[in-house]
Design a protein around this ligand. Sequence first.
Ligand code: UT7
Length: 336
Amino acid sequence: MEKIRAAITGINAWVPEYKLTNQELSKMVDTSDEWIMQRVGIKERRILKGEGLGSSDLGEQAVRGLLLKTHTAPEDIDLLICATVTPDMAFPATANIISDKCGIKNAFSFDFNAACSGFLFALETGATFIEGGRYKKVIVVGTDKMSSITDYTDRTTCPLFGDAAGAVLLEPTTGEFGIIDHIFHTDGSGRKYLHLKAGGSVKPASYETIDAKEHFIYQEGQSVFKFAVSNMADVAVEIMERNNLKPNDIAWLVPHQANLRIIEATGRRMGLDPEKVMINIQNYGNTTTATIPLCIWEYEKKLKKGDILILAAFGGGFTWGAIYLKWAYDPQSDTL
Ligand code: UT7
């Protein structure tokens, strides 16, 4: 029997309208466009404004657009996985809320937390359901309202993050296309460098935790940078070697967008021409689980059926990994 693979058969992303520029940020904290561009490579990021809106609202827009674009009825979805570090609430799962808002009634759904590697880990998990043969249409969505956990008085973190969502439809294929290999890692000892101190079961919300600003991202940037730059490049090279891929075989590297210097270092280690590296950090910043689908969505028209893509990420946890896939459709075409 031919092996069933999971292929991405559609992609969509959504960003809120409001652009928080480096100029505006430099009025809020002691920073400058020059520092942010030199050290990180971000020009602006999108912020979801408005009372009562959360990650499910970003995700809803991405998923609604995906269903329309792929001519898929919401009732036909079997499973929806949502990767996020900013769930609407601790429970129920944001995946359930997105499904409800989008009319996805016949699926089961759950959330996935692997921080910036969340989309990759969720994508592979979704693929496994397809490969098992019982699931035909799986949506994987990465959505984060990072502005909800960002301290806009802390210049070391507030320039970095933005809000966005991206979603893909996975379907079975017996061709040579789809998700072919993955290498994933976690190292929980890295949690001390990047975490949210309060609001969980160890330290529930209190007046003290609010006063101490413990509901915002805590990051020791330099330490995270060192781990990110070596691990993301190592895992990307490892997946190339394991699959006997040479730089010329690869059409695109799709890296998590946390810092332009980390992205460029990964591309260099892989021996890729810079124009093969998808980059949109300048427009959106680090949108955590949304960076990878947001990037592929922006570059979608340049992709051709059979293109080899390497997706790579590093993030809080620590978590890191890479996926090797063969793109399954030509631009503008709807079918496999
Ligand atoms: O996606 C999850 C994984 N996260 C990452 O991959 C992030 C990894 N880390 C990074 O990308 C970088 O470490 C940062 C962008 C966060 C920081 O860049 P850096 O080159 O590591 O800067 P630094 O923390 O070493 O700070 C250098 C200087 C310091 O001043 P002194 O001590 O040298 O006087 C900081 O206080 O830059 C100062 N600084 C700033 N100056 C202007 C820190 N933030 C700012 C700022 N504007 N926004």
